[in-house]
Design a protein around this ligand. Sequence first.
Ligand code: PMP
Ligand code: GLN
Length: 380
Amino acid sequence: IVTKLPKVGTTIFTVMSALASEKGAVNLGQGFPDFHCDPALVAAVTQAMQEGLNQYPPMAGVPVLREAIAEKVEKLYGHRYDPVSEITVTAGATQGILTSVLCAVHPGDEVIVIEPVYDCYVPAIELAGGVPVFVQMEVGAQGYSIPWDKVKAAVTPKTRMIMVNTPHNPTGSVMRAADVAALADIVRGTDILILSDEVYEHMVYDGQPHESLARHPELAERSFINSSFGKTYHVTGWKVGYVAAPAALTAEFRKVHQFNVFTVNTPVQYGLAAYMKDPAPYLDLPAFYQHKRDLFRTGLANTRFELLPSQGTYFQCVKYGAISALPEAEFCKWLTSEIGVAAIPVSAFYNTPRESGIVRFCFAKKDETLQLALERLAKL
Ligand code: PMP
Ligand code: GLN
């Protein structure tokens, strides 16, 4: 068989988690919580199963969950998506992203992606026959930022889509109003679509808003907005998310979705719908994670790591140049094996080889896990 994805191997997340468990390291690599979700959420899903809600749900997702999503989005971002024709429940954001790209990108179309870029974007573009066009974020004293002039310069008549991610994995940077305005300026008057990956929408810190593209009608009308319950409710293994998009885009999305997964497991959808009635869990999330971010940053301040800002997500990037001259992947292996703390090389988020001397830690961990990691890192 001739491979369709010649550059793809095992993801860095899997590689580093395996090494962490082999070496008994504290795993601050792959992004997932090491604590339990709310028992009330498990109870809601269990109840749905016990009530016999175990057969195929409607293709686009159970109506009560789509309604709950529409209400949440409207309350937070002021835009009402029609749950019937504009919201689709997906098997995690990974499937939402793949399906958004497959339904919209034709062979030869160009898709602008901003590096560092989450690992599933480029393979999705390549499977669709599209051509990724890379623009790299810049790193300055204020951390990572998107050079919008370069994004604009990358647009050609073949540009079909721009993919953005806010809050951003791995950098922890967050798009502000000026970024959204710059994006709007670039696409105005074109037929360019946007894929907005907002899986960390409920993790923006320091009292700042999440600039969902749903807040901006001019952008919402051309956007596939992807979110993930795995991040919001500490259940990454459940693999349930959603895509909100205008009816015309959703119609195309569902053509692919129905032959991609057809639909997503029923009891989890009912459980989520019941649990979402209380907004507290997602409204409280910034304070919950900001505490962990601050605890971790305070500890790291006693090391020779140089901290970059973490404005959102559950990731903290650091420069390690004062500690080691190793390339990022080698440094992560050394840190895991010799110091007992796993991290992810930011170079893994670039398609063109690039060493910035920066690695990513995940702080979605129990306070005691973070303390243990900090004790080990204190040697540095
Ligand atoms: N996008 C980003 C930026 C992510 O970090 C992740 C999960 N790590 C995903 C998408 C995929 O989300 P899910 O687990 O819901 O498929
Ligand atoms: N998104 C997670 C991270 O960035 C990993 C998910 C995965 O392993 N695919 O760490």
